[in-house]
Ligand binder design. Structure first.
Ligand SMILES: Cc1ncc(COP(=O)(O)O)c(C=O)c1O
Length: 365
C-alpha cells in the first residue's frame, strides 16, 4: 500500500473527547450528552410502519430511487420550503448526507488543481471530502477572501452547524450571482432548514434566491434531524439537472444505493409533515430551557437563531469550558472541532430527552 489514505485526513475529532467523557459519566446522576447531536426521540409510527411493510422486498433497489420517492422529495421541497421549479429528474436519494458530502468532490472528478471553499466554521466533512479527492481547501466566509480565483465547488451551510447562523437573502443572492459569473458549483447543505427559531432561513433553490434558475446549484437535505432518521441513513440532493445526472451516473457504478425499505420509509417521512412539526416543537422547548440555563450560568450564546445547537462561550479556551461542563456531568463539543474561529466556543446540542435537558439546566444553576 502507498501512504494510507487515512494519513491525509485529520484526527477523528470525537476520539479526543475520551477523558472528558469519563469525567461527565462519573456524575452521580449520570451524563447529559449534548455532544454529537444524535436524535433520541423514537422514529414516528407512520415511518416505522412503512419500513416494516417494505421489509420483505428481496430485490436490489435502484440508485435513482423509486418513482414514489422521487415524487415525494419533489413535493416536500415545494410544500415545506417553497422551492418551485425543481426538474423532477433532478432529485437523487443518498445514504445519509455525510456520505454525499464526503464523496461529492470525488464524484465530481475534482483533484489537486481544484479548490473547494468551505465556511470558516464548518461541519468537518466538507474538508474531509475535499481531502479524499486530493483537492485544495479554502475556509472563507466572504467572497473577497476568495479573490479572483474560480474554485470548483463552494459549500454553504445555512442554518450553520455549529453556530446556528442564518445567511440572509442578500448574501445568498450575492454568492449565487458571483458563482454563476465564474462557473462555480454551489453545494448548499440545508439539513437544518426546517429548524428555524429567530430567523427565516432560505434554500439556495428558493425562487427569491436563484430567480428560479437552478443552474450550478445543489441543495443537500437530510432526514436525520427533521424526522429523527439518523439511524436509517436517509437524505437527498436536488438542483442542477445536469450535475444530478452526473452524480447518478457515477453512483450507479459505485453501488451507492439507498436500501429499498429505507426508500419506502423516506416516502412516508416526506409525505407527512405532522411528525416533523412535533419534532421541531420538542427541540424548541429543549432550546428554551438550555438557552436560559446557559445564560443564567454566565454564558454568552452567539448566533443560534436556527438549527440544532447553541453556540456558547465563557470567553475562555473551549477545552476549559468543555471540562467545566463535564465536571457538571454535561458533555458538549469544543468549538475548535469546527475551525480556529471556534476556539472560545462550545457547541451544545438540543438532542437529549426532556428529562436529561432538565437535569442539565438544574446542574447549571
Ligand atoms: C451540517 C451537517 N451536514 C450534514 C450532516 C450529516 O447528516 P446525515 O449524514 O445524518 O444526513 C450533519 C450531521 O450532523 C451536519 O451537521
Amino acid at each position: 500500500m502507498n501512504s494510507p489514505k487515512s494519513a491525509s485526513l485529520p484526527v477523528f475529532p470525537w476520539d479526543t473527547l475520551t477523558d472528558v467523557t469519563a469525567i461527565a459519566r462519573a456524575h452521580r446522576d449520570g451524563i447529559v450528552d449534548l455532544s454529537v447531536g444524535t436524535p433520541v426521540d423514537d422514529v414516528a409510527p407512520v415511518i416505522r410502519a412503512a419500513l416494516a411493510a417494505a421489509s420483505a422486498t428481496p430485490g436490489y433497489p435502484t440508485t435513482a430511487g423509486t418513482p414514489e420517492l422521487r415524487a415525494s422529495i419533489h413535493a416536500a421541497l415545494q410544500r415545506r420550503f417553497g422551492i418551485t421549479g425543481v426538474d423532477p429528474a433532478a432529485v437523487l436519494p443518498v445514504i445519509g448526507t455525510k456520505e454525499l458530502i464526503a464523496w461529492l468532490p470525488t464524484l465530481l472528478g475534482l483533484g489537486s488543481d481544484d479548490t473547494v471553499v468551505i465556511p470558516e466554521l464548518a461541519y468537518p466533512t466538507y474538508d474531509v471530502g475535499a481531502r479524499l479527492a486530493g483537492a485544495q481547501v479554502l475556509a472563507a466566509d466572504s467572497l473577497t477572501q476568495i479573490g479572483p480565483q474560480a474554485p470548483a465547488l463552494l459549500f454553504l451551510n445555512s442554518p450553520s452547524n455549529p453556530s446556528g447562523k442564518v445567511l440572509g437573502l442578500d448574501h445568498l443572492r450575492k454568492v449565487v450571482g458571483w458563482a454563476r459569473e465564474r462557473g462555480v458549483l454551489i453545494a448548499s447543505d440545508e439539513c437544518y432548514l426546517g429548524l428555524a427559531w429567530d430567523a427565516a432561513p432560505l434554500s439556495v433553490l428558493h425562487p427569491s434566491v436563484c430567480d428560479g434558475d437552478h443552474t450550478g446549484l445543489l441543495a443537500i437535505h437530510s432526514l436525520s434531524k427533521s424526522s429523527s432518521l439518523a439511524g436509517y441513513r436517509a437524505g437527498f440532493v436536488a438542483g442542477d439537472a445536469s450535475v444530478v445526472a452526473e452524480l447518478l451516473a457515477v453512483r450507479k457504478h459505485a453501488g451507492m444505493m439507498v436500501p429499498g425499505p429505507i426508500q419506502a420509509a423516506m416516502v412516508a417521512a416526506l409525505d407527512d409533515d405532522d411528525h416533523v412539526a412535533v419534532q421541531r416543537e420538542r427541540y424548541a422547548q429543549r432550546r428554551a430551557v438550555l438557552l436560559s440555563a446557559l445564560r443564567g450560568a454566565g454564558f454568552t450564546v452567539d448566533h443560534s437563531e436556527a438549527g440544532l445547537y447553541l453556540w456558547a462561550t465563557r470567553g475562555e479556551p473551549c477545552r476549559d469550558t468543555v471540562t467545566w461542563l463535564a465536571q457538571r456531568g454535561i458533555l458538549v463539543a469544543p468549538g475548535e472541532f469546527y475551525g480556529p474561529a471556534g476556539a472560545q466556543h462550545v457547541r451544545v446540542a438540543l438532542t437529549a430527552t426532556d428529562e436529561r435537558i432538565a437535569a442539565a439546566a438544574e446542574r447549571l444553576v
